[in-house]
Design a protein around this ligand. Structure first.
Ligand SMILES: [Zn+2]
Length: 211
């Protein structure tokens, strides 16, 4: 715990706020606070404006649930993407991470969580009903389940597969799990290795097999 003795109240207040951010401890918050104090007032004002506007101007896409500053996000509005393939993820940040891979040209559906009886998260708290509506209204060929590789993530994927497996024309797939890029086998746990072996893909020259 950092002592605020001798620290002027406005700076102490800023440090307290900054240290509530993920990955920033009290000492880092102090350094950031002092750094901001040393900057030109106009620069700090720009940062303050960006923070103040964040919640005013950002919301969620009405279709997929991802971050968006409009009713529909850029991905849902992009007609070059394959709207017949929906990748189901837990959080909006997962969309950003998958987009960074630059390999997926379909669209997304954000659940805003995962089933977790221990934490009191049931099906009504997630966006399954909206997903069911999308499947009923649109011609969807594939649902890719990209929930996390945890017990709750697996349970959520299982629930979706059970709920939607009978929808006509919709194939349900699960993202593969295995050895990470650049990973050496001796550092990979036996469960992951077993999954990597059982979900092996046909060699395609480059060693990758992008669906
Ligand atoms: Zn969207």
């Amino acid at each position: 715990m950092l002592s605020y003795e001798g620290v002027p109240a406005p700076l102490a207040h800023l440090i307290e706020q900054l240290s509530g951010l993920p990955g920033i401890g009290p000492k880092s918050a102090m350094r950031l606070g002092l750094n901001l104090l040393a900057k030109e007032p106009t620069q700090v004002q720009q940062l303050a404006s960006a923070l103040a506007e964040l919640h005013q101007s950002m919301g969620f896409c009405e279709v997929c649930g991802c971050f968006s500053e409009h009713n529909h996000c850029l991905i849902c509005n992009d007609h070059r993407r394959d709207h017949r393939v929906i990748c189901v993820v837990e959080q909006p940040v997962d969309v950003l991470m998958l987009e960074r891979s630059k390999t997926f040209s379909g669209v997304y559906h954000v659940l805003h969580g995962r089933l977790s009886p221990m934490d009191g998260v049931g099906e009504s708290q997630l966006t399954f009903a909206a997903l069911a509506m999308r499947l009923a209204q649109k011609d969807v060929a594939e649902l890719i389940l990209a929930t996390s590789a945890t017990v709750d993530g697996e349970a959520t994927a299982h629930y979706i597969s059970q709920r939607f497996h009978a929808v006509p024309g919709v194939n349900i797939s699960r993202i593969a799990r295995g050895v990470p890029e650049g990973g050496e086998l001796e550092y990979v746990d036996e469960y992951t290795l077993a999954r990597a072996l059982s979900q092996r893909t046909r060699w395609q020259g480059s060693g990758t097999n992008v669906l």
